[in-house]
Design a protein around this ligand. Sequence first.
Ligand SMILES: [Zn+2]
Length: 121
Amino acid sequence: MEDMDQLEQALHAGRARVLADLESNEVAHADVVSLVEESVSHRRWWVEQWPEGVAFLDGLIAQDVQDGLLERYGRWPLCPVCVGSEPHALDIEPELGQDPHWVCAKTTTSVAPVGALGRLP
Ligand SMILES: [Zn+2]
């Protein structure tokens, strides 16, 4: 049961971080929030199959939501480093690892940890 609590806590934290990033870009509409919920329920199933993956949930939820947004709305989050040149989306690094960050792949700049896009200067 304790493992279950840890899983729920990790899912809750991942959900909160991605929502914070969405809110910082003012894209946290109801249908976008439902993308987050879809990802969380999918990842709950996924991490039940592979409990070691619990540390990777933040990055995975962020990537799920990013993929979902790309299909429905477009690129998110746009890179704040490459202002004025061709807009592109930030990538998650590591894709499958702990402590995921939003990274500009063009300039190899680490922009912010997942959940901290709203705290950029
Ligand atoms: Zn960039």
